[in-house]
Design a protein around this ligand. Structure first.
Ligand SMILES: [Zn+2]
Length: 307
């Protein structure tokens, strides 16, 4: 593990979100960015991904021979977002590149609906193979830092539930500029720290593999500091942003001032989550215990009749 400072403020002025040592997510008192501190080193997190992260995510066969598995509704929804916003705000695109394309579901959807070239970049070999075999996609088994697309620039990049995994999202987004044509577009989707999954307790939702959690405000700041102008946003359980590459990266990371409200908003959102989650959990738990009790009672009643 290694110590971290706030990506946006460069200092450690933080408050822990939960009373636990690992993973320990904190919120910056100055800007409201949520990050993990201490966090796994790059070596530790890549060992974690290789050991079991993907295996936890349902039946992906390491050999990629899993063609019959249906496309998940969440992936369809994410694909639709890219397609609809492209049609609405951009018009048409010639080439789309997805960073961290996983099994290729979103990218294949985008290719088929926008009728464009589609390239995937995916560090997991198993996932890259699955995406290529299942959808006939060109997938580069590489990281964002290492990938070489032989000068083929993208008109749009897609990063869906990827940015929160990076150790340095700003550096990663600056690297993304190398892959984009001038004035190119970037679609980013991340979990929304202001709308935690209401079916999960916070200690489950705040995940070890997530170095950051963003609001639309903090994500917009990181994008601005990497030289992207945010054009459209949508927030639900996720934050969705469409941003356009600007000619230069602003100097001194001073593209957008911190909002004093972010810190307060994060604490308020997490408190609201706990307030809603636990009574609901108690009711569901009681209902399931009751129904189990009833099942036991009726099965012993059946037994009595048999006797
Ligand atoms: Zn900060």
């Amino acid at each position: 593990m290694e110590q971290a400072v706030c990506l946006l403020c460069g200092v450690e002025d933080e408050r822990a979100l939960l009373r636990r040592a690992k993973p320990r997510h904190v919120v910056c008192r100055r800007c409201g960015l949520v990050y993990q501190n201490p966090r796994p080193t790059l070596e530790e997190i890549s060992a974690y991904y290789q050991q079991g992260y993907w295996e936890d995510r349902g039946p992906i066969a390491a050999n990629g021979a899993n063609g019959a598995e249906p496309i998940r509704p969440a992936s369809l929804d994410r694909g639709r977002f890219v397609v609809e916003w492209t049609q609405k705000y951009i018009g048409s695109v010639e080439r789309v590149v997805e960073i961290g394309c996983g099994r290729g579901e979103i990218l294949a959807y985008v290719r088929d609906h926008l009728n464009c070239q589609a390239l995937g970049v995916e560090p997991s070999r198993a996932q890259a193979t699955t995406a290529a075999q299942r959808f006939g996609l060109e997938v580069h088994n590489a990281t964002l830092d290492d990938v070489d697309l032989q000068g083929r620039k993208a008109n749009a990049l897609v990063l869906s539930h990827v940015v929160e995994h990076f150790h340095d999202p700003r550096a990663a987004l600056i690297r993304c500029r190398d892959l984009l044509a001038d004035g190119g577009w970037i679609f980013v989707e991340v979990p929304n720290i202001l709308e935690p999954n209401r079916h999960k307790r916070l200690s489950k939702w705040l995940a070890f593999e997530h170095m950051y959690y963003f609001s639309v405000g903090t994500l917009s700041r990181v994008l601005a500091e990497a030289g992207f102008a945010v054009k459209h946003t949508e927030t639900k359980a996720f934050v969705r942003v469409l941003a356009q590459m600007q000619p230069v990266v602003p100097k001194g990371w001073a593209a957008m001032p911190a909002s004093a409200n972010e810190y307060r908003d994060v604490l308020r959102a997490l408190r609201r989550h706990e307030f809603i989650y636990w009574p609901r959990y108690a009711v569901q738990r009681a209902a399931s215990l009751l129904s189990r009790g009833r099942a036991v009672a009726s099965s012993s009643a059946e037994k009595d009749q048999d006797d």
